[in-house]
Design a protein around this ligand. Structure first.
Ligand code: NAD
Length: 336
């Protein structure tokens, strides 16, 4: 059945709304609505596009990653695009993802997944040449990011030189920059004592801190980096592991920080156990997470499955139920 005029207008309205939310969140680091509201709009958009595939266009927010980089920064072209992740908001949609994976491999053996907390910060790419950190960049719109080298160099757990001498000549490490929870509380206290505006949440504070034009400000902020994947790899003198978890272990041997909560699980039930476990310890972590990420651990399987427009087919972010609405501290003005 062809889409009615009403559906077409509804779709246009949702697209404009999401584009505005994206601008506030990604460009200004100043979200205007809670993530739960954003996710509701995105799900409504995807439902219409699924029902009326003729209405799906390349410029739809459902096909896009992030937003344009800020013009104040030098631009960086990502040689390997930095994509996003598909989401599962409940057990059923996670199980549907797992079944699709299982159907694709066409055999009965359980799939191994790398299980990772979904860190709620900012995606960052670090480029090492001959073991030396030469560039740091934001994800931006996935193809073009912002050059933030001077800022990432101030983050204390990012090595400026890799350990050992057995690493690829060019190695791009991807991960998340987060602000610790206790650091965030202290920072807001200082901001208020100095009659400055407080930050809305650690994610905003991390994003705003990292996208400073003066790296001396970034240096004072309690930021940490955790690696979760490799991007560009060239001239491997040292063979890379054939599993994602094995490659993360290699990153750790080269001195890059990993989250302590990483694990590997076989099959859907073990993944759900991990989801529950991380949900239980979530409040005790010193950083915000908004779910867990499952990635097919076998690199060959990842390569076989490939990507769709904005996300890999071999991974899913299983989100925790929305903690609804934004952190609003009464009578406090927020800034980024
Ligand atoms: P996403 O949060 O849906 O998932 C992809 C991102 O997860 C990656 O780019 C990476 O930065 C991060 N990540 C954290 N841990 C990871 C791990 N272990 N492995 C791989 N990636 C990991 O990202 P997105 O596409 O940037 O944004 C969509 C989400 O952002 C929405 O669902 C919403 O929650 C939020 N958002 C909110 C607003 C708003 O106005 N409130 C606007 C835009 C986006």
């Amino acid at each position: 059945m062809a889409a009615s005029q009403e559906i077409i207008e509804q779709l246009a309205l949702i697209k404009t709304t999401i584009a505005e939310y994206n601008y506030q969140y990604y460009v200004l680091d100043n979200p205007s609505v809670p993530d739960a509201e954003y996710d509701r709009q995105m799900q409504a958009l995807q439902a219409i596009e699924q029902q009326y595939p003729e209405l799906l266009s390349d410029d739809s927010p459902s096909q896009k990653v992030g937003d344009m980089p800020l013009p104040e920064f030098e631009q960086v072209e990502h040689e390997v695009p930095m994509l996003s992740l598909d989401n599962a908001f409940d057990r059923e949609s996670f199980l549907a993802f797992e079944k699709r994976m299982q159907d694709r491999i066409k055999n009965d053996s359980e799939i191994s997944y790398s299980c990772e907390p979904k860190l709620d910060g900012l995606a960052v790419s670090l480029l090492y040449e001959k073991g030396k950190l030469v560039r740091g960049a934001t994800r931006g719109d996935g193809r073009t990011g912002e050059n933030i080298t001077a800022n990432v160099r101030t983050i204390k757990n990012i090595p400026l030189l890799l350990r050992g001498d057995d690493y690829p000549e060019r190695l791009e490490v991807r991960g998340e920059v987060i602000m610790t929870r206790d650091g965030f509380i202290k920072l807001n206290k200082t901001q208020l004592e100095q009659d400055k505006k407080a930050f809305a949440n650690p994610r905003n504070a991390a994003a705003g801190s990292l996208r400073q034009l003066d790296s001396r400000i970034t240096a004072k902020r309690p930021l940490l980096f955790f690696s979760y994947s490799l991007g560009l790899v060239e001239n491997e003198q040292y063979p890379l592991a054939d599993s994602h978890s094995g490659r993360l272990k290699q990153l750790s041997e080269w001195g890059l920080p990993l989250s302590k909560e990483l694990d590997v699980a076989n099959g859907a039930e073990a993944c759900l156990d991990y989801y529950q476990h991380i949900g239980e310890i979530r409040d005790s972590l010193n950083y915000d997470i908004d779910g867990v990420v499952f990635k097919a651990d076998n690199i060959e399987l990842q390569q076989q499955l490939g990507f769709v427009a904005r996300a890999p087919r071999w991974a899913i972010a299983h989100k925790f139920p929305a903690q609804e609405e934004m952190t609003i501290v009464q009578d406090v003005e927020f800034q980024v």
